[in-house]
Design a protein around this ligand. Structure first.
Ligand code: 6R9
Length: 662
């Protein structure tokens, strides 16, 4: 059927008619009307959008805020005065209507290893574990660090925390002991939940020993974790050790065996914290982005419904790890709030082979598939056969997130994966934004490969020039900022409101600054061009160049380091490190390897430098500032470095060029 295809006209891609017919928002006019209303009357709009949830007490005021640092402290409050509970809305609210429907579909690392958990079963698991937490004395406001692989216990732990009002801080399982230690220390958590180990492809690797090392080190910094819960994921005989510390460590299965299957919820104030999630910025250590209860709940639920055009009964799969914000908002909270069947995948796209995604799509009859450009590029490279040998008939919608998608990968995703039958939503957002901000609504907004298109309801993006003046009109570019709050926005950074204000609100008074650059084309569509600060995006993961630099400098041979991103075919951006050694140290291939290993140990494998470039000296201005522009160009293989006359010593550039590849 011709009308069953995505149609291209003058560079715009239109959804198939059959998709439009059933879409929640099914015309551009409807999008425009709703958008206009959301901006003209935010309180009316967001008050209405909050109607379907359970409110133990409704709000007194929908929105109160100050975005101007010049007028006082930055504050953002949504649904002020309301009382509710996230877990109640994710689970209890659905028990009557869909208790026996699957909530989580779990696909393990090995094909054939899976679990289905219904809403009722999830209720029991969560209540039991919530009672375990209470038994440890965990109460409202306490922080719980969760360092787990993609297993159901991760979701259960988060929901159990939310049920009793504890604040979860999930740490991605690929982070090193050092990174985990930083997060434990900053959050001063009362409990760590981890597992004996996890799988990387076909191999079992330890997590518990990493967690132990992190806790040993946190103790030296004054934070002693009193209790640790260990999930047995791998078990004995797989070559990993799981030392248990008497009096501190207990197994999950022993604890839940005797726990009660009901646990009353803690009614939370709208603005009570729900979770902290650490993310990288341009300076210092990662910061704990803090999200609160009611606004985040309404926002992730609504975006999940409209952006993915989610309908009852759809099987929805987001391939992210819950250790990142995408997993928090669009594997766990958004889908469960909407009563969805959310697939949770423990493995990687290339194990046992590069057809795994589509094997899983066929197995579970996935309707909606959401992944990252880096994963698309990785499987695209392996050839179409890995895709076309699977039917993929169930697929109706495709999504991407994490970094700009190059038009070539977008077209391949559309034509090969989606058989030109599924609209694609390229969703732009951040850990800080809680949910999707710029995105197509698939039944209403025609797409362009590489553009995240238009703002979601209630979101007012704008472009600012270097002086902080708004750039009006279309066909322009600038720094991407947002003019007014949306309910899913972060409220502070954990432990320091000052840092929150400095990072996001001090560059441009009256705006939330995203750190991204963007252009707005003739049709008003947004194209994100990447970070304008010292943050690089490696395989969709945010990495502060300063973090990698300080890891390098902590090696005994290194005097100084400067890290920049460079274009990388699969990862989007790779990590390129210029390293100056201490006097007397010698360059060698072995030292390069040692430095890469050192960074892996300090931060984790995702931060491994792709290139180490020996730098007898770094190009610096007279005031001592490293001219990263030159380093970026050199890393990208360019030979025109622009004006170098402001350097303290312009000859440094020639020396660096000579050292390339040495
Ligand atoms: C959700 C998430 C945020 C940064 C963001 C931007 C980049 C995310 C994007 C995108 C272009 C998209 N980014 N989605 N760039 N198009 N669709 O990824 O959060 O890990 O905090 O990263 O990722 O640079 O500022 P987070």
């Amino acid at each position: 059927m011709a009308d069953d295809k995505v149609l291209e006209k003058n560079g715009l891609y239109y959804p198939p008619q059959s998709f439009v017919d059933k879409a929640h928002i099914n015309s551009f006019e409807q999008y425009q009307q709703m958008y206009k209303r959301s901006i003209d009357d935010p309180e009316g709009f967001w008050g209405e959008m909050a109607q379907g949830f359970h409110w133990e007490k409704t709000w007194d005021k929908v929105l109160e805020f100050n975005y101007h640092r010049s007028k006082g402290p930055i504050s953002i409050e949504w649904y002020k005065g309301a009382k509710t509970n996230m877990t109640y809305n994710c689970i209890d609210r659905h028990l009557e209507t869909r208790g026996d429907q699957p909530a989580l579909l779990w696909e393990g690392n090995e094909p054939g290893e899976d679990r289905i958990i219904t809403y009722r079963q999830l209720y029991e698991h969560v209540c039991k574990f919530a009672n375990v937490l209470k038994g440890f004395g965990i109460k409202k406001g306490d922080r719980v660090t969760i360092y787990l692989p993609m297993i159901p216990e991760l979701a259960i732990s988060m929901l159990a925390c939310a049920r009793i009002g504890a604040i979860h801080s999930v740490v991605f399982g690929g982070f090193s002991a050092e990174s985990l230690k930083d997060r434990i220390v900053d959050s001063k958590c009362s409990l760590v939940i981890t597992s004996d180990g996890t799988y990387r492809g076909g191999k079992a690797v330890t997590l518990k020993q990493i967690a132990d090392e992190a806790m040993d080190h946190s103790e030296k910094e004054g934070v002693t974790v009193p209790k640790v819960v260990v999930v047995e994921r791998v078990g004995a005989g797989k070559g990993i050790e799981c030392p248990m510390k008497q009096g501190r460590d207990q197994y999950w299965h022993d604890l839940v065996a005797t726990a009660e299957g009901d646990c009353p919820v803690e009614w939370m104030d709208a603005e009570d914290p729900l979770f902290i999630l650490y993310t990288s910025g341009s300076t210092g250590k990662p910061k704990g982005v803090q999200h609160t209860t009611a606004g985040y709940m309404v926002y992730v639920s609504l975006t999940h419904k409209y952006v993915f055009d989610y309908h009852d009964g759809d099987v929805y799969w987001c391939t992210a790890d819950i250790g990142w914000v995408t997993g928090h908002s669009y594997i766990l909270y958004g889908p469960l709030l909407n009563g969805a069947q959310s697939l949770m995948f423990e493995g990687v796209p290339t194990y046992p082979d590069s057809g795994r995604f589509w094997d899983v799509v066929d197995k579970w009859k996935v309707d909606i598939f959401y992944t990252a450009p880096t994963a698309i590029r990785a499987v695209m490279r392996m050839g179409d056969d890995f895709v076309t040998k699977y039917s993929r008939k169930s697929l109706q919608l495709l999504g991407t997130v994490g970094e700009p998608i190059n038009p070539e990968a977008w077209r391949w995703y559309n034509e090969v994966v989606g058989d030109s039958h599924c609209p694609i939503v390229d969703t732009w957002w951040q850990t800080e934004t809680g949910g999707i901000l710029i995105t197509p609504l698939p039944g209403a907004i025609p797409t362009k490969p590489g553009s995240a298109t238009l703002p979601f309801f209630g979101v007012q993006p704008c472009l600012l020039d270097d002086e902080g003046k708004e750039v009006e009109g279309n066909g322009v570019s600038g720094r991407l900022a947002i003019k007014a709050p949306w309910p899913g926005q972060l409220r502070t950074t954990y432990g320091s409101h000052e840092r929150f204000e400095t990072v996001y609100f001090s560059d441009f008074d009256g705006f939330y600054f995203t750190g991204d650059g963007a252009k707005r084309d003739e049709d008003g569509y947004y194209w994100i061009t990447g970070r304008v600060d010292d943050v690089i995006n490696v395989s969709g993961h945010r990495m502060g160049t300063a973090e990698v630099e300080s890891a390098l400098v902590s090696h005994p041979t290194v005097a100084e380091a400067a890290v920049v991103g460079f274009p990388h075919e699969i990862k989007g951006q790779g990590i390129y490190a210029y390293v100056t050694l201490k006097v007397g140290e010698e360059y060698s291939e072995q030292l390069k390897k040692d430095l890469v290993l050192h960074v892996r140990k300090e931060i984790g494998p995702i931060a491994s430098p792709d290139v180490i470039h020996w730098a007898p000296a770094l190009p610096k201005t007279r005031s001592g500032k490293i001219m990263r522009r030159i380093l970026r160009k050199m890393a990208a293989g360019e030979s025109d470095f622009g004006d170098t006359s402001t350097l303290a010593d312009p000859s440094v550039v020639g020396t660096l060029v000579e050292m390339k590849g040495k």
